[in-house]
Design a binder for this molecule. Structure first.
Ligand code: NDP
Length: 509
C-alpha cells in the first residue's frame, strides 16, 4: 500500500524548516551524557512542530477517507440549471470526495453502524460547488436547534465517557421526527461494506435556476454503480477485530489497482407550484420525495480515480461547506440547510483558519478575485492589487448582474419559533420503508433496535414503542415482543389508538 519513493530516488539534503542544510541529526549536548543545549535549534524546531502536528478534530465526521475524481455530464439538464459545469453533455469537472463516519473520533473503526458522510467538491469553472451529504436521504432532526443536542447524544456521556444508549434513545423517543432515519440506521443498510458500495444523497432540498431565471427545487442522488453491499453485525464485529481501517484500505487499494468506483448522479425536481400542494413540507429534511411522483432524472457519472498523495494535507484539511454554491445551484428554505450554510464555514475558520480556501485541496481551480485580504497564513496572491471596492482602477473585479440570484417570493411570512416536533406526520415514511422490507429484514431490524433500546430506561422504551406502533402496527409489536413488553399492559384505548394511526399511515383506514 506504500507509495514511498524507492531507494533509487536522488539524494537531497536534510534541511531545517527554513531550508538550511543539517549536518548531523543528533542532539547537541554538553558531553556525551548531556545535558542538551538550548542552542540546538534544529531539535527545538522538530519538537515544537511535532507538538503542533494535530489540528482540532472535526466534532462530527472526524474519521474519513477521500479521493479525487471526474464528474462527466451524461444528460442535458440545462432546462433546470444554468450551472456552467452542467452546460453540455460530455463536459468533465474535477472533483474530490470525502467519505466519513459521523459519531466516531479520528481513531474510530470504519465498519461501525453509523450514517456515512458523502461530501463532494466540484472544482467548476465558476467556483467550487460543495454538496455535503450523507448515505441516507433524510436526517434525524428538522430544526437546527436540535442538531448539536442530537450530536451530544451520539458522543460520550459527560460522566462515564462512554457511548450511552439511554441518552440516545431518550433523545430519539422525545423527537419522533428521528424515526425515519433511525429505521434506516438500524436497517440492513446501517453498516456499509465499503465506501464504494453505498449511495450518496444531498439530503436537503436545494434550488436550481436556469438561464431564463426560472427556479425549481431539487434533491441530489448518487447511486453506486458497484451495487449496495452491507455488513451484518457479526461480519462487522469480526472485521473491526481484524482491521479498524477497512473502508480506508478498501478505497485506497481499489483506486491504486485501477478499480475506479462510480456513481450515477441524478436529481429529483419539484416545481414551485408542486411544492405548494405537496402533502409534506418539501423543505423538511426528515422526508423523501417519493420516486413515483418525482422520478430520478439522470445528470451524469462521478468516477473516483486518484488517491491523495498526503492524507493530512488533502483529506484532513479538506473543507466542505454547503455555502459553497455556484450560479445555477442555490439553497432553499430548509431550516437545517440554512443553519449549515453558516455552521460549516464557521467550523473551518476554527479548524483550519481564515484562509482555509487557499489550501490546495480546497482552492478553486478558477480565478478567485475579490477584496478579502490578509489573515493568518495567506498566500498573498493578490500582490499590490487594490483591496477596496468600489474603486476606479481599470481591470479590477466587479460584480456581474447576470449572476444575480432571482428574488425569492416567500409570500406573507410570519416570523416565529415554530414547533419542530408536534403536529407533523413523522410516521408514514418510516412505515413505508418498514413495509418495503421482507420478513427476515424486519426481524433483523427489530432485533437490533431491541438490543439497543433494552439498555435504556423502561419509560424511554415505552415512549419509543409508541412511535414504532404509529409507523406500523407490526413494527411496534415485534419490537415490544423482543423487549419482553406485553402490549396488553398498554391501556386498551392507547393501543387501539396507536394501531388505528398505524393503519391510517399505511393507507388502510
Ligand atoms: P421507491 O420504491 O420508489 O424507492 C425506494 C428507495 O428505497 C430506493 O431508492 C432504494 O434505494 C431505497 N432502499 C431500499 N432499501 C433501503 C434501506 N434498507 N434503507 C434505505 N433505503 C433503502 O419508494 P419511495 O420513493 O416511495 O420511498 C419509499 C421509502 O424508501 C421512503 O419512505 C424512504 O424511507 C426510502 N427511500 C426513498 C428514497 C427517495 O428518494 N424516494 C431514497 C432512499 C430511500 P436503491 O435504489 O439504491 O436500492
Amino acid at each position: 500500500m506504500s507509495n514511498q519513493k524507492g531507494s533509487n530516488a536522488p539524494q537531497c539534503p536534510l534541511t531545517t524548516a527554513n531550508g538550511a542544510p543539517i549536518g548531523v541529526q543528533q542532539a547537541l549536548t554538553a558531553g556525551p551524557r548531556g545535558p542538551v543545549l538550548m542552542q540546538d535549534v534544529q531539535l527545538l524546531e522538530q519538537m515544537q512542530h511535532f507538538n503542533r502536528e494535530r489540528i482540532p478534530e472535526r466534532v462530527v465526521h472526524a474519521k474519513g477517507s477521500g479521493a479525487y475524481g471526474i464528474f462527466t455530464v451524461t444528460h442535458d439538464v440545462t432546462r433546470y440549471t444554468k450551472a456552467a459545469f452542467l452546460s453540455s453533455v460530455g463536459k468533465k469537472t474535477e472533483t474530490f470526495l470525502r467519505f466519513s463516519t459521523v459519531a466516531g473520533e479520528r481513531g474510530a473503526a470504519d465498519a461501525e453502524r453509523d450514517v456515512r458522510g458523502f461530501a463532494v467538491k466540484f472544482y467548476t469553472e465558476e467556483g467550487n460547488w460543495d454538496l455535503v451529504g450523507n448515505n441516507t436521504p433524510v436526517f434525524f432532526v428538522r430544526d437546527p436547534y436540535k442538531f448539536q443536542n442530537f450530536i451530544h447524544t451520539q458522543k460520550r456521556h459527560p460522566a462515564t465517557n462512554l457511548r450511552d444508549l439511554d441518552m440516545q434513545w431518550d433523545f430519539w423517543s422525545l423527537c419522533p421526527e428521528s424515526l425515519h432515519q433511525v429505521t434506516i440506521l438500524m436497517s440492513d443498510r446501517g453498516i456499509p461494506a465499503t465506501y464504494r458500495h453505498l449511495n450518496g444523497y444531498g439530503s436537503h432540498t436545494y434550488s436550481m435556476v436556469n438561464n431564463e431565471g426560472d427556479r425549481v427545487w431539487v434533491k441530489f442522488h448518487f447511486k453506486t454503480m458497484q451495487g449496495i453491499k452491507n455488513l451484518s453485525d457479526d461480519e462487522a464485529s469480526r472485521l473491526i477485530g481484524d482491521d479498524r481501517e477497512s473502508h480506508q484500505r478498501d478505497l485506497y487499494t481499489s483506486i491504486a489497482r485501477g478499480e475506479f468506483p462510480k456513481w450515477r448522479v441524478c436529481i429529483q425536481v419539484m416545481t414551485q407550484s408542486q411544492s405548494e400542494t405537496f402533502r409534506w413540507n418539501p423543505f423538511d429534511l426528515t422526508k423523501v420525495w417519493p420516486h413515483a411522483e418525482f422520478p430520478l432524472i439522470e445528470v451524469g457519472v462521478l468516477e473516483l480515480n486518484r488517491n491523495p498523495e498526503n492524507y493530512f494535507a488533502e483529506v484532513e484539511q479538506a473543507a466542505f461547506k454547503p455555502s459553497a454554491l455556484v450560479p445555477g445551484i442555490g439553497s432553499s428554505p430548509d431550516k437545517m440547510l440554512q443553519a449549515r450554510l453558516m455552521s460549516y464555514a464557521d467550523t473551518h475558520l476554527h479548524r483550519l483558519g481564515v484562509n482555509h480556501h487557499q489550501i490546495p485541496v480546497n482552492k478553486p481551480r478558477c480565478p478567485v478575485m475579490n477584496y478579502i485580504r490578509d489573515g493568518a497564513i495567506t498566500d498573498g496572491s493578490y500582490g499590490a492589487a487594490p483591496n477596496y471596492w468600489p474603486n476606479s482602477h481599470s481591470g479590477t473585479p466587479r460584480p456581474s448582474p447576470a449572476h444575480a440570484d432571482p428574488a425569492w417570493n416567500l409570500g406573507q411570512v410570519v416570523v416565529d419559533r415554530f414547533d419542530s416536533t408536534g403536529g407533523h406526520d413523522d410516521y408514514t415514511q418510516p412505515g413505508n420503508l418498514y413495509r418495503m422490507f421482507d420478513e427476515s429484514h424486519r426481524d433483523r431490524l427489530t432485533t437490533r433496535i431491541a438490543a439497543g433500546l433494552s439498555q435504556a430506561r423502561k419509560e424511554i422504551q415505552l415512549r419509543q414503542l409508541c412511535h414504532f406502533f404509529r409507523a406500523d402496527a407490526d413494527y411496534g409489536s415485534r419490537v415490544a415482543k423482543k423487549l419482553g413488553i406485553d402490549t396488553a399492559a398498554f391501556a386498551p384505548s392507547t393501543l387501539q389508538e396507536l394501531k388505528h394511526e398505524a393503519a391510517v399511515g399505511a393507507g388502510q383506514p
